[in-house]
Design a protein around this ligand. Structure first.
Ligand code: HEM
Length: 478
């Protein structure tokens, strides 16, 4: 009897071992109708997730991507956060992916992203609903409203923020720029007044860039956990605000949330409450965190490159000299005349690479350059690998705004520049971001000198952060 039990246990164990080996083999060698791109899936289930998230303290392409580009070429396969993904640094494939949005590919982001931004966030919506939301956002952040309203408000915010920072012995730029942009945009979005609110709403978005594409472990201390906690708090505030506004039929349209609420009040609203809430949540975050990270790195790059700073200062001093009254605010014509500044902001965005990967899903089997991307697989367009490719940008790590001279104005993504994405989903905040950067630079270089006090180091995991902040002291120019 005992022998029978032993044999049975042995047989079951062997069957499990064989099944596991077969499963692991099948997992790492998936069937495909064609030749898969080269690359490895790493360990079963975990894939190459740990290598993908290894910290990188430079502006260069992450070691994860760099090593694989050298080994396999510009299109390779991997497995991160539980999914097979084709990573592309190939300009033609990237362009194709953007152009085929909604046809052969559609927006898809890892689980962490959708949990944090909400399952109804704009990145997960497609077709009519997506286009409708985009048109609403562009009413707020498009060129027309920037010109009519937002430029002047940004001008006042930059001028007064810098003046108040100059009165302090040292200011941490990343946080201070974040606060400045948040106060400006949250006012437009939800009439948020930091001085009148009992909630510090912005603190809920701390560690977001790190958490968005992060290892999905929901335990205290992880970036993912912090993000989820922040989401719950911010959503509580937004839901309460929505309830109060919906219950007040006499309320006038005062901000962007009211525009959505007007739509929700219709007999047959186009969107749901969940979509409206997730949109507000994404906008509150994206409006400030993206530009503040880019601008903070920009100020560091300017401090490290005095020749660029001198040329920039010259452009802005000429604008001030050409004004009639010295107290006049920045005009749209002045903003549009900032040729060198726009080259500087493109160069900052190229090196900042705050978006390490733009994710899509293949809707059917795709053939490209002899490889097959199977239906259902993820695709990660890798902007840093294009922006830092020496065959596209000479001496790619050098901060050289003059490389943009004579290039046509970039109003969408191109094969070689995709800091703001491309195709249908080209970033809706691009123009706002450029206005904020140019206006901030205008006041900074015309009125102040500055010296670094401490910090300024970066780390990419792969989202960009400043672990020790970036502390500077500002000195008013005479
Ligand atoms: C330096 C600043 C910024 C950078 C580098 C940046 C980058 C990007 C990129 C690469 C995408 C494309 C994502 C995709 O295709 O899946 C994107 C989309 C988006 N961005 Fe920005 N962004 C910036 C500023 C802003 C600002 C200020 C806003 C304010 C509203 C914003 C809101 C959005 C939204 C809502 C989307 C999603 C659009 C969609 O799915 O079609 N971004 N951004």
């Amino acid at each position: 009897m005992e022998t029978h039990v032993c044999v049975a246990v042995w047989a079951v164990t062997m069957a499990m071992v064989v099944a596991s080996i077969m499963w692991a083999y099948r997992w790492s060698h998936p069937r495909a109708n064609g030749r898969l791109p080269p690359g490895s899936f790493g360990l079963p289930l975990l894939g190459e997730t740990l290598q993908f998230f290894a910290p990188n303290p430079t502006c260069d392409v992450s070691p994860f991507v760099k090593e694989r580009l050298n080994r396999y070429g510009s299109i390779f396969k991997t497995s991160v956060v539980g999914r097979p993904v084709v990573v592309t640094a190939d300009p033609e494939l990237n362009y194709y992916v953007f152009q085929q949005e909604g046809k052969l590919f559609e927006s898809w982001y890892p689980h962490t992203f959708t949990e944090i931004f909400g399952r109804d966030n704009v990145g997960s919506l497609h077709g009519f609903m997506y286009k409708y939301l985009k048109s609403l956002v562009l009413r707020l952040y498009g060129q027309e409203n920037l010109r009519a309203v937002l430029l002047a408000e940004t001008d006042r915010a930059c001028s007064s923020s810098l003046a108040s920072w100059a009165a302090q012995p040292s200011v941490e730029l990343k946080d201070s720029i974040s606060a400045m942009i948040f106060d400006l945009t949250a006012k437009k979005l939800i009439s948020y007044e930091p001085s009148k609110s009992s909630e510090n709403l912005r603190k809920n978005f701390v560690a977001f860039i790190r958490g968005l594409i992060s290892f999905p472990v929901d335990i205290p201390g992880t970036a993912y956990h912090e993000c989820m906690k922040g989401r719950r708090n911010a959503m509580k505030v937004l839901k309460k605000m929505m309830r109060e506004r919906m219950a007040d039929p006499a309320r006038q349209c005062e901000d962007f949330f009211d525009v959505l609420i007007e739509e929700l009040r219709r007999e047959k609203p186009v969107m749901t409450e969940a979509i409206a809430l997730d949109l507000m949540f994404v906008l509150l975050f994206a409006s400030f965190e993206t530009t503040s990270l880019t601008l903070t790195l920009g100020v560091r790059l300017l401090a490290e490159n005095p020749i660029v700073l001198d040329a920039l200062t010259e452009e802005h001093e000429a604008i001030v000299r050409g004004r009639e009254g010295c107290d006049a605010g920045l005009t749209w014509a002045e903003y549009k005349s900032m040729t060198f500044t726009s080259q500087v902001t493109l160069e900052i965005a190229r090196l900042a690479n705050i978006v390490p990967g733009i994710f899509r899903k293949a809707l059917r089997d795709i053939e490209f350059k002899g490889y097959t991307i199977p239906a259902g697989w993820g695709v990660m367009v890798c902007p840093p690998a294009v922006h830092l490719n020496p065959e596209i940008y000479e001496d790619p790590l050098a901060f050289n705004p003059w490389r943009w001279q004579d290039k046509v104005e970039i109003t969408g993504g191109t094969k070689h520049f995709m800091a703001f994405g491309g195709g249908l989903r080209f970033c809706v905040g691009t123009d706002l971001s450029k206005v904020v950067m140019a206006t901030f630079i205008h006041h900074l270089v015309t009125k102040y000198r500055w010296k670094t006090v401490k910090g300024g180091n970066i780390v990419r995991t792969p989202g960009l952060s400043f672990p020790d902040g970036f502390h500077v002291q500002l000195f008013p120019k005479n």
